[in-house]
Write a new protein. Structure first.
Length: 169
């Protein structure tokens, strides 16, 4: 597959993220989703996810949690919901959970009162989820491939991410 236009290969700093930044997730047997990242509202979380993707961290990982009508979650190197890169990212809670929103998973309030985001796990909303608003950092929204997310949402884990790319177009 040819490289997409605007492909980024160098790591990014939260202070100089491009205004337009996209995550392209190629999902085995399902297709491709393109996510517009919210660089201004969640620069720390967006830069973290983008840098992991640029380094190839997500290639071959799974969507390990699929709850029809709720969320599709992935980004765990262990594949069971307990893994990550070994760090968290400060919360940047500004956006609402709409259908197609991409947000950061996190540990519960009892052990994470700051609502810090997981270092690598994220989820997509299969419908508006207002009960999650104000509790999790929303980092982007699907702009192409919503049908792919809907198909994943009707399947069973594991569903594999073949490649995750970062582009400016």
């Amino acid at each position: 597959m040819p490289e997409p236009p605007g492909l980024l290969k160098d790591t990014l700093s939260p202070s100089d993220l491009p205004e337009k930044l996209f995550l392209t997730i190629q999902v085995k047997d399902f297709g491709t989703m393109k996510v517009e990242m919210f660089t201004r509202d969640a620069p720390l979380n967006v830069a973290n996810i983008a840098n992991l993707a640029i380094k190839g961290f997500y290639n071959g990982l799974t969507f390990h949690r699929i709850e029809p009508g709720f969320v599709v979650q992935g980004g765990d190197p262990k594949g069971d919901g307990t893994g990550g890169p070994g760090y968290t990212v400060p919360a940047e809670i500004k956006r609402k959970h709409e259908k197609g929103s991409m947000a950061m998973a996190r540990l519960p309030d009892a052990i994470n009162p700051e609502k810090a985001s997981s270092g690598s796990q994220f989820y997509f909303c299969l419908q508006p989820l207002p009960m999650l608003d104000g509790k999790y950092t929303v980092i982007g929204k699907i702009v192409e491939g919503m049908d792919v997310l809907e198909k994943i949402g009707q399947s069973r884990p594991p569903v594999f991410m073949e490649r995750v790319l970062v582009t400016t177009e």
